[in-house]
Design a protein around this ligand. Sequence first.
Ligand code: ATP
Ligand code: MG
Ligand code: MG
Ligand code: MG
Length: 578
Amino acid sequence: MLLRVSTLLLRTLREDPADAEVPSHRLLLRAGYVRRAAPGGYTWLPLGKLVLDRITAIVRDEMTAIGDQEVHFPALLPAEPYRTSGRWSEYGDDIFTLADRKGAEHLLAPTHEELAALLVKDLFTSYRDFPVTLFQIQTKFRDEARPRAGLLRGREFLMKDAYSFDLDAAGLQAAYDRHREAYRRIFTRLGLDFTTVHAMSGAMGGSASEEFLAATPAGEDTYVGCTRCDYAANTEAVVTGAPAAGDPDAHPPVEVHDTPETPTIASLVDLANERALAGRTGWTAADTLKNVVLSVRKPGAERAELLVVGLPGDREVDLKRVEAALHPAAVAVFDDWAAHPELVRGYLGPQILAKHGVRYLVDPRVVTGTAWLTGANEPGRHATDVVCGRDFVPDGTIEAAEVRPGDPCPACGDGELTLRRGIEVGHIFQLGRRFTDAFTVDVLGPEGKPVRPTMGCYGIGVSRAVAAVAEQHHDDRGLVWPAEVAPCDVHVVSAGKGPQLDAALELGERLAAAGLRVLVDDRTHVSAGVKFTDVELIGIPRAVVVGRRLADGYVELRDRAGGERTELSVADVVARLL
Ligand code: ATP
Ligand code: MG
Ligand code: MG
Ligand code: MG
């Protein structure tokens, strides 16, 4: 491949764009990789598209290497499956919804668990068909409250999303582990400095979940890392002791205590308002009640201080219940969750809290409790079991409601926790049966009885990864791409005209013929100085400058990252580059 700067759709900028807050945004704009086209929407220019495609290729390569099969779902979807799963209302303002010409409601998919479950239901009928994992690389749409930092948080962005289907928890665990390893390989190949942190399962409501955070001050996630061991955790989910085992179906044994008092929604709201938590965030009771299940326990406390039980937003029945919930007399409604599984399908509490900037901890066992509530695996148990803290193991599963640096490491006990910032580039979940329950995905089991597959889902922000790499690989002069993702392998610059230009083009063609990706700066109307500035800004790993020394048969090889410059004969430079 050979690109000529003279004809390339490329305009580099001398000045920092006013609205670019973080280095990746600033540099990707200045170096001509992307252009802003809409709020949270970016046009990929040729150089940017090359990087995006290289990252996409690495992701695809590693996914197919673990046996995942590529599909492609539509992005424009009817509302119905998302209503069935409860996510139409859970996502709330975060999804783009629209009506077709007949008035039928649609959405632009923020993620595709529903479609994956429906596809498997559609095609597979027997246990023999399993396991299977599907993936796609597709544009996703989310009406982010605050699109920011260019590609880091768009309203339209490229995601790789994969969905595994297994018949039992062991199968799911294996699929999850496979993806965790593939993700490590992917992010290593991308040249990212990343950490894997335990995360809460959030909207997905499963039991095990890990996030891959690329370290950067521009990131929006705060996590803690240990100074001694490799323990790292999202500050939203620092849990002492082992996180829930990888079996989303196994509910921990429930200790039945006498309930000292029956908590009512009103008393919970009072509690919320009383506590510092509410004071800090300015929550209103109504906000609180829109959350689903969340627990906060301070050190030494015997049970959850605050457990928020709320409702997914805007379905008719739920709206009534939200209103009812604000009235103390309506408390009875909440005593019988098992009879209203649709009520608790949602689990957006953490996202809502995050929006309010509240730090909190989630006990994975309570999240499992949520999965039980959503999946109604154990009909007959009541939400009050959860509300009263019966799902808490009394010996202090949750250490602290807030983590400070300086706190002892819960894993090794020796080191201290320090606060770090990162951006989430990947996220893996053990979903369990939430979606296969919602769509009654049953297949014939080995004993002739139906079995219901259990799911995992695995996401990578592909376009975000472009920015994450740029965040970690730049200096004050421009981008410094790692070789595996650079738009080109070599940037050949003709410093002058005439023979220098001819030699630069000839060299470029030779290198391209040998299989390298080559950018040749063949412009005749700009100075060598401008070209050199662009070499640094664009950040291709190696540059060859064809200048005055060509008369003696020499060119200069420059290394972008290390800054070394070496004078070599043309023949030697070719040998060095190939
Ligand atoms: P975040 O916490 O940053 O909002 P998320 O947890 O909502 O991300 P997931 O639902 O886990 O995102 O989606 C999988 C991946 O998609 C994320 O790990 C992230 O890399 C990427 N992603 C999510 N939202 C965006 C966005 N608005 N712009 C770019 N990439 C995104
Ligand atoms: Mg998000
Ligand atoms: Mg997240
Ligand atoms: Mg996530």
